[in-house]
Ligand binder design. Sequence first.
Ligand code: ZN
Length: 399
Amino acid sequence: MNSFFGLPEKVKYCKNCLLSNQKPISINENNNSKKTKKIKMSFGKNGICSACEISEKKKKIDWKLREKKLLRILDKYRKNNNEYDCIIPGSGGKDSMYTTYMLKHKYNMNPLTVTQSPILPTKMGLKNFRSWINYCGVNNILASPNARVTAALAREAFINLLHPMQPFKFGIKTVAVKEALRRNIKLIFYGEPYSEYGSEAKNSDKKATYNFSWFTNKKEDNYIGGLKEGEIKRKYNWIKESDLRAFASLEPNEIKGKKLQVEFLGWYLKWDPQEIYYFVSKYCGFEPDYQRTEGSYGRYTGIDDKFDWLHFYCSFIKFGIGRCRQDASQEIRNGHITRDEGIMLCKKFESEGSGRFFKDCYEFMNLSEKDANKIIDNFRSPHLWRREKGKWSRLQLDY
Ligand SMILES: [Zn+2]
Protein backbone atom coordinates (compact mmCIF):
# COMPACT_ATOMS: atom_id res chain seq x y z
CA MET A 1 0.00 0.00 0.00
CA ASN A 2 1.20 3.48 -0.63
CA SER A 3 -0.22 6.83 0.26
CA PHE A 4 -0.63 10.15 -1.55
CA PHE A 5 0.74 13.53 -0.42
CA GLY A 6 3.23 11.98 2.01
CA LEU A 7 0.45 10.99 4.41
CA PRO A 8 1.31 8.32 7.00
CA GLU A 9 0.14 4.93 5.68
CA LYS A 10 -1.17 3.82 9.05
CA VAL A 11 -4.07 5.99 10.20
CA LYS A 12 -3.98 6.72 13.89
CA TYR A 13 -6.81 8.43 15.69
CA CYS A 14 -6.53 10.77 18.60
CA LYS A 15 -7.53 8.96 21.80
CA ASN A 16 -9.66 11.89 22.89
CA CYS A 17 -11.32 13.25 19.73
CA LEU A 18 -11.75 11.79 16.23
CA LEU A 19 -9.06 13.62 14.32
CA SER A 20 -6.32 11.50 12.84
CA ASN A 21 -2.65 11.82 12.05
CA GLN A 22 -3.72 12.56 8.46
CA LYS A 23 -4.73 16.15 9.12
CA PRO A 24 -2.33 18.66 7.59
CA ILE A 25 -1.68 21.91 9.39
CA SER A 26 -1.89 25.33 7.79
CA ILE A 27 1.07 26.11 5.66
CA ASN A 28 1.82 28.94 3.31
CA GLU A 29 -0.73 28.16 0.63
CA ASN A 30 1.15 30.14 -1.98
CA ASN A 31 3.95 27.59 -1.75
CA ASN A 32 1.55 24.80 -2.47
CA SER A 33 2.48 23.24 -5.76
CA LYS A 34 1.17 19.92 -7.02
CA LYS A 35 4.12 18.16 -5.44
CA THR A 36 4.08 19.75 -2.00
CA LYS A 37 3.99 17.28 0.83
CA LYS A 38 1.70 18.39 3.63
CA ILE A 39 2.98 18.99 7.12
CA LYS A 40 1.06 16.65 9.38
CA MET A 41 -0.63 17.49 12.62
CA SER A 42 1.50 16.54 15.55
CA PHE A 43 0.44 13.81 17.98
CA GLY A 44 1.86 13.73 21.48
CA LYS A 45 3.40 10.56 22.92
CA ASN A 46 0.16 9.73 24.72
CA GLY A 47 -1.78 9.55 21.45
CA ILE A 48 -3.52 12.89 21.94
CA CYS A 49 -3.67 15.34 19.04
CA SER A 50 -2.36 18.87 19.38
CA ALA A 51 -5.84 20.40 19.23
CA CYS A 52 -6.82 18.30 22.27
CA GLU A 53 -3.57 19.12 24.07
CA ILE A 54 -4.34 22.81 23.65
CA SER A 55 -7.90 22.28 24.78
CA GLU A 56 -6.59 20.55 27.95
CA LYS A 57 -4.24 23.42 28.65
CA LYS A 58 -7.10 25.86 28.19
CA LYS A 59 -8.83 24.42 31.22
CA LYS A 60 -6.04 25.81 33.37
CA ILE A 61 -5.88 29.26 31.83
CA ASP A 62 -6.39 32.26 34.08
CA TRP A 63 -8.88 34.08 31.82
CA LYS A 64 -8.89 37.19 34.02
CA LEU A 65 -5.18 37.57 33.43
CA ARG A 66 -5.63 37.02 29.71
CA GLU A 67 -8.27 39.72 29.59
CA LYS A 68 -5.89 42.12 31.35
CA LYS A 69 -3.36 41.43 28.62
CA LEU A 70 -6.04 42.15 26.05
CA LEU A 71 -6.89 45.46 27.69
CA ARG A 72 -3.24 46.50 27.60
CA ILE A 73 -3.06 45.86 23.85
CA LEU A 74 -6.33 47.66 23.17
CA ASP A 75 -5.27 50.65 25.28
CA LYS A 76 -2.09 50.84 23.27
CA TYR A 77 -3.90 51.00 19.92
CA ARG A 78 -7.15 52.79 20.78
CA LYS A 79 -7.14 56.08 18.88
CA ASN A 80 -10.12 58.05 20.28
CA ASN A 81 -9.92 60.46 17.34
CA ASN A 82 -12.62 58.92 15.11
CA GLU A 83 -10.03 57.06 13.06
CA TYR A 84 -10.21 53.30 12.80
CA ASP A 85 -7.93 51.72 15.37
CA CYS A 86 -8.13 48.11 14.23
CA ILE A 87 -9.25 45.86 11.38
CA ILE A 88 -11.47 42.84 11.84
CA PRO A 89 -11.38 40.50 8.83
CA GLY A 90 -14.41 38.29 8.33
CA SER A 91 -17.51 37.39 6.42
CA GLY A 92 -20.27 37.73 8.98
CA GLY A 93 -19.90 34.23 10.33
CA LYS A 94 -20.38 33.79 14.04
CA ASP A 95 -16.70 34.35 14.93
CA SER A 96 -16.25 37.65 13.14
CA MET A 97 -19.59 38.82 14.52
CA TYR A 98 -18.57 38.02 18.08
CA THR A 99 -15.15 39.60 17.67
CA THR A 100 -16.68 42.77 16.25
CA TYR A 101 -19.39 43.04 18.89
CA MET A 102 -16.94 42.59 21.75
CA LEU A 103 -14.29 44.96 20.43
CA LYS A 104 -16.75 47.68 19.52
CA HIS A 105 -19.29 47.49 22.35
CA LYS A 106 -17.46 45.96 25.28
CA TYR A 107 -13.97 47.34 24.71
CA ASN A 108 -14.83 50.58 23.00
CA MET A 109 -12.67 50.20 19.93
CA ASN A 110 -13.43 51.66 16.52
CA PRO A 111 -12.95 48.71 14.16
CA LEU A 112 -13.15 48.63 10.38
CA THR A 113 -14.38 45.29 9.10
CA VAL A 114 -12.86 43.88 5.92
CA THR A 115 -14.29 41.08 3.84
CA GLN A 116 -13.04 38.97 0.98
CA SER A 117 -16.27 38.12 -0.79
CA PRO A 118 -17.20 34.43 -0.70
CA ILE A 119 -16.81 32.80 -4.11
CA LEU A 120 -20.51 31.93 -4.37
CA PRO A 121 -22.31 33.51 -1.42
CA THR A 122 -25.29 31.66 0.02
CA LYS A 123 -28.54 33.38 0.94
CA MET A 124 -27.98 32.84 4.65
CA GLY A 125 -24.42 34.08 4.29
CA LEU A 126 -25.52 37.33 2.71
CA LYS A 127 -28.18 37.83 5.35
CA ASN A 128 -25.68 37.27 8.15
CA PHE A 129 -23.16 39.53 6.44
CA ARG A 130 -25.67 42.39 6.53
CA SER A 131 -26.65 41.64 10.11
CA TRP A 132 -22.98 41.73 11.09
CA ILE A 133 -22.55 45.23 9.75
CA ASN A 134 -25.92 46.54 10.88
CA TYR A 135 -26.30 44.92 14.31
CA CYS A 136 -22.69 45.53 15.29
CA GLY A 137 -22.86 49.03 13.83
CA VAL A 138 -19.60 49.05 11.89
CA ASN A 139 -18.36 49.98 8.43
CA ASN A 140 -17.14 47.39 5.99
CA ILE A 141 -14.86 47.14 3.01
CA LEU A 142 -15.85 44.35 0.67
CA ALA A 143 -13.24 43.05 -1.76
CA SER A 144 -14.81 41.18 -4.66
CA PRO A 145 -12.27 39.87 -7.17
CA ASN A 146 -13.71 39.39 -10.63
CA ALA A 147 -15.60 36.15 -11.02
CA ARG A 148 -14.08 35.09 -14.32
CA VAL A 149 -10.57 35.02 -12.88
CA THR A 150 -11.81 33.46 -9.64
CA ALA A 151 -13.52 30.71 -11.64
CA ALA A 152 -10.38 29.90 -13.63
CA LEU A 153 -8.25 29.77 -10.47
CA ALA A 154 -10.79 27.70 -8.53
CA ARG A 155 -10.88 25.27 -11.45
CA GLU A 156 -7.09 24.91 -11.48
CA ALA A 157 -7.01 24.52 -7.69
CA PHE A 158 -9.67 21.82 -7.93
CA ILE A 159 -7.94 19.92 -10.73
CA ASN A 160 -4.39 20.22 -9.40
CA LEU A 161 -4.90 20.14 -5.62
CA LEU A 162 -8.53 19.17 -5.01
CA HIS A 163 -8.66 22.38 -3.05
CA PRO A 164 -11.04 24.64 -5.00
CA MET A 165 -11.13 27.35 -2.32
CA GLN A 166 -7.38 27.74 -2.21
CA PRO A 167 -7.17 30.97 -4.26
CA PHE A 168 -9.96 32.43 -2.13
CA LYS A 169 -8.09 31.47 1.04
CA PHE A 170 -5.13 33.54 -0.17
CA GLY A 171 -7.48 36.46 -0.39
CA ILE A 172 -8.70 35.90 3.16
CA LYS A 173 -5.18 35.75 4.50
CA THR A 174 -4.00 38.89 2.75
CA VAL A 175 -6.97 41.20 2.32
CA ALA A 176 -6.88 42.56 5.87
CA VAL A 177 -3.14 43.07 5.82
CA LYS A 178 -3.30 44.89 2.50
CA GLU A 179 -6.05 47.15 3.83
CA ALA A 180 -4.15 47.78 7.07
CA LEU A 181 -1.05 48.83 5.13
CA ARG A 182 -3.10 51.08 2.86
CA ARG A 183 -4.75 52.87 5.78
CA ASN A 184 -1.91 52.76 8.25
CA ILE A 185 -3.88 50.74 10.80
CA LYS A 186 -1.50 48.73 12.95
CA LEU A 187 -3.77 46.25 14.68
CA ILE A 188 -5.65 43.32 13.10
CA PHE A 189 -7.98 41.15 15.16
CA TYR A 190 -9.13 37.69 14.13
CA GLY A 191 -11.49 35.55 16.18
CA GLU A 192 -10.50 31.97 16.67
CA PRO A 193 -6.81 31.04 16.87
CA TYR A 194 -5.63 28.50 14.29
CA SER A 195 -4.36 26.34 17.14
CA GLU A 196 -7.98 25.35 17.90
CA TYR A 197 -7.84 22.99 14.96
CA GLY A 198 -4.41 21.58 15.62
CA SER A 199 -2.51 24.03 13.45
CA GLU A 200 0.67 25.67 14.63
CA ALA A 201 0.41 24.44 18.17
CA LYS A 202 3.90 25.40 19.24
CA ASN A 203 4.20 28.21 21.79
CA SER A 204 0.47 28.78 21.82
CA ASP A 205 0.52 29.23 25.59
CA LYS A 206 2.68 32.32 25.20
CA LYS A 207 0.81 33.92 22.36
CA ALA A 208 -1.53 32.88 19.56
CA THR A 209 0.71 32.20 16.60
CA TYR A 210 0.39 34.29 13.55
CA ASN A 211 3.10 33.90 11.07
CA PHE A 212 3.54 36.43 8.29
CA SER A 213 5.50 33.83 6.36
CA TRP A 214 2.15 32.10 5.69
CA PHE A 215 1.37 34.67 3.06
CA THR A 216 4.61 36.34 2.12
CA ASN A 217 6.55 35.03 -0.79
CA LYS A 218 8.99 36.19 -3.36
CA LYS A 219 6.96 36.68 -6.51
CA GLU A 220 8.87 34.10 -8.51
CA ASP A 221 8.06 31.45 -5.88
CA ASN A 222 4.35 32.14 -5.94
CA TYR A 223 1.87 29.37 -6.76
CA ILE A 224 -1.87 29.80 -7.17
CA GLY A 225 -4.03 26.73 -7.62
CA GLY A 226 -0.88 24.63 -7.80
CA LEU A 227 0.53 26.60 -10.76
CA LYS A 228 3.16 29.31 -10.97
CA GLU A 229 1.81 32.70 -12.00
CA GLY A 230 3.59 32.41 -15.36
CA GLU A 231 1.95 29.04 -16.07
CA ILE A 232 -1.47 30.51 -15.32
CA LYS A 233 -0.92 33.40 -17.70
CA ARG A 234 0.26 31.04 -20.44
CA LYS A 235 -2.72 28.76 -19.99
CA TYR A 236 -5.28 31.58 -19.74
CA ASN A 237 -3.91 34.23 -22.05
CA TRP A 238 -6.67 36.70 -21.10
CA ILE A 239 -5.56 36.74 -17.45
CA LYS A 240 -3.30 39.67 -16.75
CA GLU A 241 -0.75 40.19 -14.03
CA SER A 242 -3.06 42.74 -12.40
CA ASP A 243 -5.92 40.20 -12.28
CA LEU A 244 -3.83 37.97 -10.04
CA ARG A 245 -3.03 40.60 -7.42
CA ALA A 246 -6.11 39.80 -5.34
CA PHE A 247 -4.88 36.22 -5.00
CA ALA A 248 -1.16 36.79 -4.70
CA SER A 249 0.84 36.75 -1.51
CA LEU A 250 2.72 39.83 -0.35
CA GLU A 251 6.37 40.41 -1.01
CA PRO A 252 8.41 40.18 2.22
CA ASN A 253 9.53 43.82 1.94
CA GLU A 254 5.92 45.05 1.83
CA ILE A 255 5.51 44.04 5.47
CA LYS A 256 9.00 44.48 6.79
CA GLY A 257 9.26 47.28 9.35
CA LYS A 258 5.53 48.08 9.20
CA LYS A 259 4.95 46.94 12.81
CA LEU A 260 1.65 45.27 12.15
CA GLN A 261 0.25 43.44 15.14
CA VAL A 262 -2.06 40.51 14.44
CA GLU A 263 -4.10 39.11 17.33
CA PHE A 264 -6.80 36.53 17.96
CA LEU A 265 -9.56 37.43 20.37
CA GLY A 266 -10.00 33.73 21.08
CA TRP A 267 -6.61 33.68 22.75
CA TYR A 268 -7.69 36.30 25.28
CA LEU A 269 -11.31 35.30 25.85
CA LYS A 270 -12.65 31.79 26.34
CA TRP A 271 -13.83 30.62 22.94
CA ASP A 272 -16.56 28.00 22.86
CA PRO A 273 -18.16 27.90 19.37
CA GLN A 274 -21.51 26.82 20.74
CA GLU A 275 -21.59 29.60 23.33
CA ILE A 276 -20.57 32.08 20.67
CA TYR A 277 -23.36 30.87 18.44
CA TYR A 278 -25.88 31.53 21.23
CA PHE A 279 -24.38 34.95 21.88
CA VAL A 280 -24.44 36.20 18.30
CA SER A 281 -27.94 34.80 17.77
CA LYS A 282 -29.09 36.91 20.69
CA TYR A 283 -27.17 40.13 20.09
CA CYS A 284 -26.10 40.27 16.44
CA GLY A 285 -29.02 38.85 14.48
CA PHE A 286 -27.08 35.74 13.43
CA GLU A 287 -29.23 33.06 11.86
CA PRO A 288 -28.26 29.42 11.30
CA ASP A 289 -28.90 27.60 8.04
CA TYR A 290 -32.50 26.53 7.51
CA GLN A 291 -31.44 22.92 7.05
CA ARG A 292 -28.74 20.59 8.30
CA THR A 293 -25.32 21.04 6.69
CA GLU A 294 -24.78 18.04 4.40
CA GLY A 295 -21.73 16.05 5.45
CA SER A 296 -22.28 16.97 9.08
CA TYR A 297 -25.03 17.52 11.63
CA GLY A 298 -24.81 21.23 12.52
CA ARG A 299 -26.39 24.32 10.99
CA TYR A 300 -24.25 27.26 11.94
CA THR A 301 -20.61 26.83 10.87
CA GLY A 302 -19.14 27.60 7.46
CA ILE A 303 -22.45 28.42 5.78
CA ASP A 304 -21.68 31.60 3.85
CA ASP A 305 -20.03 30.20 0.72
CA LYS A 306 -21.50 27.44 -1.47
CA PHE A 307 -17.93 26.25 -1.93
CA ASP A 308 -17.63 25.43 1.79
CA TRP A 309 -19.61 22.23 1.21
CA LEU A 310 -17.33 21.08 -1.59
CA HIS A 311 -14.25 22.20 0.32
CA PHE A 312 -14.98 19.95 3.31
CA TYR A 313 -15.88 17.08 1.03
CA CYS A 314 -12.51 17.39 -0.73
CA SER A 315 -10.77 17.25 2.64
CA PHE A 316 -12.70 14.05 3.37
CA ILE A 317 -11.53 12.54 0.08
CA LYS A 318 -7.87 13.54 0.50
CA PHE A 319 -7.32 13.06 4.22
CA GLY A 320 -10.30 11.00 5.36
CA ILE A 321 -11.30 13.90 7.58
CA GLY A 322 -14.76 15.15 6.73
CA ARG A 323 -16.83 18.00 8.00
CA CYS A 324 -18.67 15.85 10.52
CA ARG A 325 -15.39 14.63 12.00
CA GLN A 326 -14.11 18.19 12.42
CA ASP A 327 -17.35 19.39 13.97
CA ALA A 328 -17.69 16.38 16.26
CA SER A 329 -14.04 16.54 17.37
CA GLN A 330 -14.41 20.15 18.34
CA GLU A 331 -17.57 19.39 20.30
CA ILE A 332 -15.90 16.45 22.04
CA ARG A 333 -13.10 18.76 23.14
CA ASN A 334 -15.59 21.28 24.45
CA GLY A 335 -17.44 18.56 26.37
CA HIS A 336 -20.71 18.84 24.44
CA ILE A 337 -20.71 15.26 23.11
CA THR A 338 -18.84 12.04 23.94
CA ARG A 339 -16.33 10.31 21.66
CA ASP A 340 -18.80 7.45 21.09
CA GLU A 341 -21.50 9.88 20.08
CA GLY A 342 -19.00 11.48 17.70
CA ILE A 343 -18.26 8.09 16.11
CA MET A 344 -21.99 7.51 15.59
CA LEU A 345 -22.36 10.91 13.97
CA CYS A 346 -19.42 10.27 11.64
CA LYS A 347 -20.88 6.90 10.60
CA LYS A 348 -24.11 8.62 9.76
CA PHE A 349 -23.03 11.84 8.08
CA GLU A 350 -19.34 12.00 7.20
CA SER A 351 -19.45 10.26 3.83
CA GLU A 352 -22.59 12.05 2.68
CA GLY A 353 -21.54 13.17 -0.77
CA SER A 354 -23.69 15.47 -2.75
CA GLY A 355 -24.09 18.72 -0.92
CA ARG A 356 -26.92 20.89 -2.21
CA PHE A 357 -24.40 23.30 -3.78
CA PHE A 358 -21.95 20.94 -5.53
CA LYS A 359 -23.65 21.48 -8.89
CA ASP A 360 -23.39 25.27 -8.59
CA CYS A 361 -19.68 24.96 -7.85
CA TYR A 362 -19.04 22.63 -10.80
CA GLU A 363 -20.94 24.93 -13.09
CA PHE A 364 -18.94 27.91 -11.84
CA MET A 365 -15.70 26.04 -12.57
CA ASN A 366 -17.05 24.96 -15.96
CA LEU A 367 -16.88 21.26 -15.15
CA SER A 368 -19.48 18.58 -15.74
CA GLU A 369 -20.45 16.47 -12.76
CA LYS A 370 -18.91 13.45 -14.44
CA ASP A 371 -15.58 15.20 -14.95
CA ALA A 372 -15.65 16.58 -11.40
CA ASN A 373 -16.18 13.09 -10.00
CA LYS A 374 -13.28 11.78 -12.07
CA ILE A 375 -11.04 14.50 -10.64
CA ILE A 376 -12.22 13.68 -7.12
CA ASP A 377 -11.45 9.98 -7.63
CA ASN A 378 -7.89 10.85 -8.72
CA PHE A 379 -7.24 12.11 -5.20
CA ARG A 380 -8.39 9.02 -3.32
CA SER A 381 -5.28 7.60 -1.75
CA PRO A 382 -5.20 3.77 -1.75
CA HIS A 383 -4.47 3.68 1.98
CA LEU A 384 -7.81 5.43 2.65
CA TRP A 385 -10.08 4.23 -0.14
CA ARG A 386 -11.00 1.01 -1.90
CA ARG A 387 -13.42 0.53 -4.77
CA GLU A 388 -15.65 -2.51 -4.49
CA LYS A 389 -18.63 -3.37 -6.67
CA GLY A 390 -18.69 0.10 -8.15
CA LYS A 391 -18.67 1.85 -4.76
CA TRP A 392 -15.92 3.53 -2.79
CA SER A 393 -15.40 2.52 0.80
CA ARG A 394 -13.27 4.29 3.36
CA LEU A 395 -10.56 2.12 4.92
CA GLN A 396 -8.87 2.19 8.33
CA LEU A 397 -11.82 3.27 10.43
CA ASP A 398 -10.69 1.33 13.50
CA TYR A 399 -10.83 3.91 16.25
ZN1 ZN B 1 -7.81 15.14 19.57
